[in-house]
Design a protein around this ligand. Structure first.
Ligand code: NAI
Length: 363
């Protein structure tokens, strides 16, 4: 069987790490046909298109149901909306799954982290419902606040971003987290919130999480305020198992957890919807090291491993992880983020993993 996968190389280090990842995934013996499509800032510059996410990309992913995506840049504080957010919303990729696991050979402060972040991907402050300072819409919003919340006042020079959290959106992400826990033999789900302050939005999320938890008595349920969760993650990360969070908390806590296991270069992810799944690393385009051949492909590769598991190629996924473990343990070809003085490269790491797959990891 040949799997047809949409391949989006992306910006910055994206093309380097996706090329290395495709090469390694092919070396597992699983057959892939890559349908390469372009999106992002580099695509806009090269094609002259004013749209960073052409319809062809969404069509290709809808058709194939699977995509491997490199990072795509989003300039900060401009009118340019994130392609990543548009992709997740456009394809309703509502669940972002980010496993964070310590691997021997990777320098980190902890040795026994093995947790999974389940981040809601479509709602929250990422909904893009924003009111600019001084806009006509802002004047209307001020009037609305004055009418319904007479004790509250919006500062005249404020800009506002809305945080919609729906009952249906909360239910499907928490249900996803519990099903994920059961399918992956995990013991506990922790719902992260700030319902003490945001009584309605986070309060709704927490109420739904408690309701859903009752349907899964075989999985332990825990709830934690997001700030306390951050402290506990740093003090005893091994006490966490599956964490379910809204979009913004999920984004921030994902990077924190990547830091627990060795950095962004080793943190994979999958954006899962009902009809399509997009696999991508947690990290961004790393512009400072783009084009230098030293980006760590491991996060992208581990995302590829999640894809192997997702399509049922569990044996190939296991062999790939074994090969990565071997290379990490021996420290061959590790990129500078993992071994600053080792002189390793993206391609060198890929070669080492392929060699381990071909000669040292039993079929
Ligand atoms: P970043 O993740 O690109 O970089 C943060 C730090 O981690 C930098 O020091 C970078 O060199 C390092 N790093 C990241 N990935 C690495 C890798 N594979 N190997 C070695 N070192 C690595 O985050 P930053 O700088 O905040 O964002 C840069 C751009 O990426 C922005 O335009 C942002 O919008 C975009 N971005 C895209 C994402 C996506 O496509 N899913 C996710 C996060 C950011």
């Amino acid at each position: 069987m040949t799997y047809r996968v949409t391949l989006i190389p992306g910006d910055g280090i994206g093309p380097e790490i996706t090329a290395a990842t495709c090469r390694i995934l092919e070396a597992t013996g699983v057959k892939f046909e890559w349908e390469t499509v372009q999106a992002g800032i580099t695509y806009m510059e090269q094609s002259g298109d004013k749209e960073p996410l052409p319809d062809a990309v969404l069509d290709s992913i809808r058709k194939n149901g699977l995509a491997l995506k490199g990072p795509i840049g989003t300039p900060i504080g401009t009118g340019f909306r994130s392609v990543n957010v548009a992709l997740r919303q456009g394809l309703d990729l509502y669940a972002c799954v980010r496993p964070c696991k310590t691997y021997p050979g990777i320098m980190s402060r902890y040795s026994d982290v093995n947790l999974v972040i389940i981040r809601e991907n479509t709602e929250d402050l990422y909904a893009g419902i924003e009111f600019d300072k001084g806009s006509e819409a802002m004047v209307d919003l001020e009037a609305l606040v004055a009418k319904h919340l007479p004790n509250k006042k919006l500062p005249k020079d404020a800009a506002v971003s809305l945080k919609p959290i729906s009952e249906a959106g909360s239910r499907r992400i928490v249900e996803f987290a519990f099903k994920y826990a059961i399918d992956n033999k995990r013991r506990k789900v922790t719902a992260i919130h700030k319902a003490n302050i945001m009584k309605f939005s986070d309060g709704l999320f927490l109420r739904v999480a408690r309701e859903v938890a009752q349907q899964y008595p075989q999985v332990q349920f825990e709830e934690m305020i997001v700030d306390a969760a951050c402290m506990n993650l740093v003090i005893r990360p091994e006490s966490f198992d599956v964490m379910v969070l809204g979009n913004l908390y999920g984004d921030i806590v994902s990077d924190l957890c990547a830091g627990l296991v060795g950095g962004l270069g080793v943190a994979p992810g999958a954006n899962i919807g009902t009809h399509a799944t997009v696999f991508e690393a947690t990290h961004g385009t790393a512009p400072m090291i783009a084009g230098r051949g030293i980006a760590n492909p491991m996060a992208m590769l581990l995302s590829g491993r999640l894809m192997l598991k997702h399509i049922g190629e569990r044996d190939a996924a296991r062999r790939l992880e074994d090969a990565i473990r071997l290379v990490l343990r021996e420290g061959i070809g590790l990129t500078p983020d993992l071994n600053p003085s080792g002189g390793g490269s993206t391609e060198g790491f890929a070669d080492a993993v392929i060699e381990a797959l071909r000669t040292r990891v039993p079929v």
